[in-house]
Structures are given as structure tokens and as C-alpha cells.
Design a protein around this ligand. Sequence first.
Ligand code: GLU
Ligand code: ZN
Length: 286
Amino acid sequence: MDGARAGAVAKIAAVKTVTRFAPSPNGHLHLGHAYSAILAHDLALADGGEFLLRIEDIDGPRSRPEFAEEFRRDLEWLGLEWTEVPAQSTRIGSYHAAADRLIAAGMLYPCTCTRKDIESLGARRGADGLIYPGTCKGRLLKPGEPAALRLDVDKAMAALGELVWTDEVTGASVADPREFGDVVIVRKDLPASYHLAATIDDAADGVTLVTRGADLFAATHIHRILQELLELPVPHWHHHELLLDNDGRKLAKRRGSPALSQRREAGENGLALAEQLRLQQMQSGT
Ligand code: GLU
Ligand code: ZN
């Protein structure tokens, strides 16, 4: 992006709502994704803002371009229009730069523990798996050593003090990383974690309102801390309720929720489906 365009985008971001839908191309989209995308689209369009599509494909081996292509057709079928921003795989340099900055600030430490090691320490279960008990805290990074990099959350919180963030549905929250603990910020096998990449990209894309499912509510505490450490602008969030399947369980690719692409290819009317989801949104209020 050249300087003039960057300036123009910044100006829009200051006054208009910019939302995004950020799917990972490692499987088909299902109804829950449609709900999320429509909500993000409608919230942006409601005040003449912009709805972005960002393909979150840093997980190289699991990401497949044919899924990204399928996502575009699915969104079109639902009647949505969007601006696509560069996929995460093209932004690796910005993740490295941010990680370097966090390392220089002493906020990350290397960890070579396996899942088994962590299990054997009797770690408590948190929002996203076991909470790391901090065995490697204080270790220094040896050049070339394959290690994950973890955030020293106690150190970060001590340096930053109280951080508040605002969800349009639930109101203000104080950032509380306890459900994650010393979360992995740079994976051993990848240039970033979801947390780091999504936080950096939302800022780079001028997103003013991060919309996503309530299953990622706890992750926002970590994102808020990363924003502060990296001096990024702080958006608002809108975590929406999750659609449930007939058994009352969260819809999930792995439990075989019907893919949008399957419904599309079977000739279902996508616009009618979108209207049905909008009604559901009005009823739930989120
Ligand atoms: N790539 C993430 C996912 O598909 C996006 C989460 C987010 O919206 O922040 O779950
Ligand atoms: Zn460790």
C-alpha cells in the first residue's frame, strides 16, 4: 500500500466501522461462519463502513488455497460484498518484527516443553487447553534453537497495569490473562500464533470492530495485552453467540456440520439462508 492510500484508509478507519471475517482455509465453512460473516458485513454496512475478508493461512501445512477460493464463492452466494486484504502468509515479515520487539522488551521466553511434559506437571485446564505452569520462564533464547516463544503474562501485566477493553454486547472488561497463562505467541513450527498474527493484522487493516464468535472471547484478553505491548490502536469487539446443532452442541467442522459449499452446490438459495440467519441474529440480539 502506498502512503496516500494508507492515509486514506486511516482516515476512513477513524470515522467508519471496519469489520472483518477471517477464516482459516483448513476446512469448509459451516453455518456458524455464515452467521459470523453476515453479522460483520451488516455491522460495517450499517454506517457506511467497510467489510474485509482476510484469509488466515499461516498454518502452512494445513492451509489449502482451494478452501480460500471456496470461501469467496460461499460469501458471494450469501449475497455479501467485501474487500479482500492480503492473506496472512504474505505478512510474515510483520510477525517477525513484532516478535523481535517483544523479545527485546523481555516479554517472551523460549519453551521446549512438549504437551506431555505440561500434562505431567498437573497443569490446570484453561480457555484453550492446559495452562502452562511456567517451567521455562526466565530462560534465554539461544540463537537457532527450535523453541516456542511464550508471553510472560505476569511481567506484561506488571508493566502495563490495568487494561480495559470493550465488547459491544457485554460491555467493558479488564484484561485478565489467567485463562491462558503464558500463552504461546510464536509457535515452534510457525512464524506466529493466531493471537499475534490476528492482533497485528487487525491493526494493519484498520479494523475498528472485531466481530467473531463468543468462543474467542477469552482470547481477547491476550490480544488487548499484545496491542498495548506493541502500541497498536485498540478497536472494539463484538463477540456473538454461537449457533448450536440439534444436540445443543457448538457447530464444528469436525462433527460434520454441513458445509456451506455443500448446501450451495445442492442448489439451496443463499440469499434466503442469509435472511434466515439475520432473523436469528435479531432474536438473539448478538
Ligand atoms: N482464523 C480464525 C478462525 O478461523 C479467526 C478468528 C478471529 O476472527 O479472530 O477461527
Ligand atoms: Zn517450557
